[in-house]
Design a protein around this ligand. Structure first.
Ligand SMILES: Nc1ncnc2c1ncn2[C@@H]1O[C@H](COP(=O)(O)OP(=O)(O)OP(=O)(O)O)[C@@H](O)[C@H]1O
Length: 271
C-alpha cells in the first residue's frame, strides 16, 4: 500500500547572495513564502509546519497563490527534498512530473527518449518496449521519432513527453502545473489518456491553477498559503473557500456528469 506522511515539516532555503540591506526595509509582498531575516543569512521559509497524510486512492489537488509553496511541497512529497525540520515518509514508487520536458535529451532520438524518460519515471526497459507502439501512435510523430529531439518543434516535444508520461503505471503520481500547458486541441486528445493514467495511479497529487483540471482529476484538496497548509478537505470545500465562490455551481449537468461530481449544493437545483 502506498502512503505519504509528512509531519510538522519545514523547508528553508538560505540565500547567501541576497541584498540584505533592502530586505531590512521589510516590504511585504503578496506572493512568495516568508523571508526570515533573523539570522545572518536571509532564509526563504518555503514550507512551515506542514502536516499532510495521504493514502492509496487519494486524488489531491494543490492550490494557492504564486510562491505559496506548492512546488516545494510536491518535491517534499516526491522525496526530492528532505525537510529542514520535521519528517516526511514516502512509501511507494514516485513518478514526479514537474516539467514535461525534464529528463529529455535533445541529442538523442524520440524513440531513445521514450526509453530514457520511462526509466526515469520508474518503469523498466521491458515495460517501455511494450509501450512504444502505443506512444508512437498517440504522438502521430511517425518517422520523426528516429530524429534527434532537437529537431522537434515545441508542440512536437509536448506530444512526445505527454505520450510517455501518460503511458506509465505510477504508484504515486506527482503532477505540477506544466501538464496543463498544452494547446487545447491536443489536450482534448490527451484528456482520456490522462484520465486513464490517474485511474491507474495509486495516489495522485496535482498542483494546478485551473478549476476544470482539478475538478476532473481530484476529489480532495490542500490550500497552501505562505508556506502553510491553510485548509485541507474535499475539493469543493477547499476551492469554494480559496476562490470565494463555489466553482461547481454554474457547471452544466453534462460537465458535472463528465467529472463525476454531484450537482450544485446551493439554489434549488438540488438533484
Ligand atoms: N530553489 C529555491 N531557492 C530559493 N527559494 C526557493 C526555491 N524554490 C522555491 N523557493 C521559494 O519558496 C517559496 C515557495 O515556492 P514554490 O515554488 O513552492 O511556490 P508555488 O506555490 O509552486 O508557486 P507558483 O504557483 O508560482 O509555481 C517562494 O517564495 C520561492 O521564492
Amino acid at each position: 500500500m502506498v502512503s505519504i506522511d509528512v509531519r510538522n515539516a519545514y523547508v528553508d532555503f538560505p540565500i547567501f547572495d541576497a541584498k540584505t540591506r533592502s530586505l531590512k526595509k521589510k516590504v511585504i509582498g503578496k506572493v512568495g513564502g516568508k523571508i526570515g531575516t533573523g539570522s545572518r543569512v536571509p532564509v526563504i521559509e518555503a514550507l512551515r509546519d506542514v502536516t499532510v497524510s495521504l493514502k492509496e486512492g487519494d486524488r489531491v489537488g494543490l492550490v494557492g497563490h504564486n510562491g505559496a509553496g506548492k512546488s516545494t511541497l510536491l518535491r517534499l512529497l516526491s522525496g526530492i527534498y528532505e525537510p529542514t525540520r520535521g519528517s516526511a515518509r514516502v512509501v511507494g514508487k514516485v513518478a514526479p512530473v514537474f516539467d514535461l520536458g525534464v529528463g529529455m535529451d535533445p541529442e538523442i532520438s524520440g524513440l531513445e527518449n521514450i526509453m530514457i524518460r520511462g526509466l526515469f519515471l520508474g518503469m523498466t526497459r521491458k515495460e517501455m518496449e511494450k509501450r512504444v507502439d502505443d506512444i508512437t501512435e498517440f504522438t502521430e510523430l511517425g518517422d520523426f521519432l528516429q530524429m534527434p529531439l532537437r529537431t522537434y518543434s515545441t508542440g512536437m516535444r509536448v506530444r512526445l513527453a505527454l505520450g510517455i508520461v501518460t503511458s506509465i503505471d505510477p504508484e504515486i503520481l506527482i503532477l505540477d502545473e506544466g501538464i496543463g500547458a498544452v494547446d487545447a486541441a491536443f489536450m482534448a486528445k490527451a484528456r482520456d489518456r490522462l484520465k486513464d493514467l490517474v485511474r491507474r495511479s495509486g495516489l495522485l497529487v496535482f498542483a494546478n491553477h485551473s478549476d476544470e483540471f482539478l475538478m476532473e482529476f481530484c476529489d480532495s484538496a490542500i490550500w497552501m498559503d505562505s508556506g502553510n497548509v491553510k485548509q485541507q478537505g474535499s475539493l469543493r470545500e477547499v476551492l469554494t473557500a480559496y476562490k470565494g465562490r463555489d466553482p461547481f455551481e454554474h457547471l452544466s449537468a453534462e460537465t458535472l456528469a463528465r467529472i463525476g461530481a454531484a450537482p450544485a449544493m446551493s439554489g434549488n437545483g438540488g438533484d
